[in-house]
Design a protein around this ligand. Structure first.
Ligand SMILES: Cc1ncc(COP(=O)(O)O)c(C=O)c1O
Length: 446
């Protein structure tokens, strides 16, 4: 609806103020962009998501008919945990109700709590930070490396204090954070590492699947994710004791028969278990993950090779150690100077009008009101003094991230599941908008 309205506004502006100019430009620049009344490059939608095949229906119906819908010993959840752990080469996988709850479980199992500081990137989904706050610890933001969109590992050291307990890097968009530096710093300062791999199924750092490099790694299987069951998550670890604590926490302090490590005490917890439906769907969807991951990689590589020839479009760079990108998102920076100063919002609107869906991505999370609200809450006030909260505010500056949030443009993973022709159309749509940048800007300004 929003898109339709904006496009209509654009069209009427173009017709009133600039129709003659657009026609004149079209004579030399070729077909005008759809946002100025031309034909859209794409009429067909990109691949829908999720994809459902016969094996998904069978898996779902088997659980339905079994009448055992909650997690049971030897059931579908256990089966998926084994499949996923094997594929990652990890010792343990604990399925959870979501990626957020997997991260929360990991921080709880590591005993992160009040007065602790956890280092997080500001360029991420809100859940990465919410889980730190749920433990009544302080999220301390490390600036972003604008070229890669990942946490800037060279800026972690300066954020470490005697209260720092954990680094929580996010493998954003499907690529890997700079894990060599992160693991070295963690070792030097005695910190734990929880990898937020919620967007990076099958991504690798130096050929090793992400989620297996730190103390724990967490995945999301929420609807948009490359491996999806609507809502779901998993905690990966090679540490027996961490698994035992996580298992108890995610099941109200009880055991679901995963861990054989006895704990010296009883624990409290929550109900964060996965259902058998989710487990069954994940195993059937898993059968296609590898092929889909290869298709995304090939198409993303091809798109990047075309974007590299377009001034003002800078695809997110990968670190050398990132040997596989899962491409949950295809992200790039847009430089309006190469598009006759057409603002990013105008570029996005014009690209959408061409049938190429895209978005502006995250806004600065570290400046979001929810943080202020939480830090002023009764619980946080009981733990932290005014001086501690003021200190936190003074350290909370991430200028590179602020800039990135004004430049970024995203495509979603399912757009990469189609043909090379799809990629050519995306690149052609961008080139067309570039040719007509001045006309689109003038139409919007008139
Ligand atoms: C980076 C990141 N972390 C955590 C999450 C939370 O996962 P879930 O939505 O499954 O709780 C997401 C989900 O979008 C995410 O993208």
């Amino acid at each position: 609806m929003e898109r339709y309205r904006s496009r209509r506004v654009f069209l009427s502006m173009a017709s009133v103020a600039g129709a003659a100019g657009v026609r004149a430009a079209a004579a030399t620049l070729g077909d005008p962009p759809a946002v100025l009344g031309g034909k859209p490059i794409r009429k067909k939608p990109f691949s829908s998501w999720p994809l459902v095949r016969k094996n998904d229906e069978r898996a779902w119906m088997d659980v339905l008919r079994s009448l055992q819908w909650n997690r049971r010993r030897g059931g579908a959840v256990k089966n998926f945990e084994e499949i996923w752990a094997r594929r990652l080469g990890a010792r343990h996988c604990l399925a959870t109700s979501g990626g957020t709850t997997a991260l929360w479980t990991a921080l709880n199992a590591l005993d992160i709590g009040p007065k602790d500081e956890v280092l997080v990137p500001p360029y991420t989904f809100i859940a990465t930070v919410n889980v730190v706050l749920l433990q009544h610890a302080l999220p301390v933001f490390v600036d972003t490396d604008r070229e890669t969109f990942q946490i800037d590992a060279t800026k972690i050291d300066e954020r470490i204090t005697p209260r720092t307990r954990c680094i929580l890097p996010v493998h954003l968009g499907g690529a890997s954070a700079e894990m060599d530096m992160i693991l070295t710093l963690a070792k030097k300062h005695g910190l734990s590492v929880v990898e937020d791999a919620c967007q990076s199924h099958l991504a690798e750092w130096r050929k090793q699947p992400v989620s297996t490099l730190g103390d724990a790694g967490c995945f999301s299987f929420q609807a948009s994710k490359n491996l999806n069951c609507g809502e779901g998550g998993a905690l990966i670890t090679n540490n027996d004791e961490l698994l035992a604590k996580a298992e108890r926490f995610h099941s109200n302090g009880g055991s679901v028969g995963k861990s054989s490590t006895p704990l010296p005490h009883n624990t409290n917890g929550c109900n964060l278990r996965m259902t058998e439906f989710q487990g069954a769907l994940l195993s059937s969807q898993f059968d296609r993950l590898e092929d889909q991951a290869s298709a995304r990689e090939n198409n993303a590589g091809y798109l990047t090779s075309m974007f590299d020839e377009i001034e003002g479009i800078e695809p997110a760079r990968m670190y050398k150690g990132c040997t596989r990108n899962a491409y949950h998102l295809y992200m790039f920076r847009y430089d309006s100077r190469a598009f006759a100063d057409l603002p990013r919002e105008g570029f996005i609107e014009a690209l959408r009008a061409e049938g190429v869906h895209c978005s502006a991505g995250y806004s600065p999370l570290n400046k979001d009101k929810f943080l202020d609200y939480t830090l002023r809450s009764r619980a946080f006030r009981a733990i932290y003094s005014d001086r501690e909260i003021n200190d936190w505010h003074e350290r909370n500056h991430t200028p590179e991230n602020d800039r990135l949030c004004e430049e970024a443009v995203w495509f979603t993973q399912s757009m990469l599941l189609g043909s090379r022709g799809d990629m050519e159309q995306i690149a052609e749509a961008v080139r067309k908008i570039q040719r007509f940048g001045a006309e689109i800007r003038k139409a919007a300004a008139s």
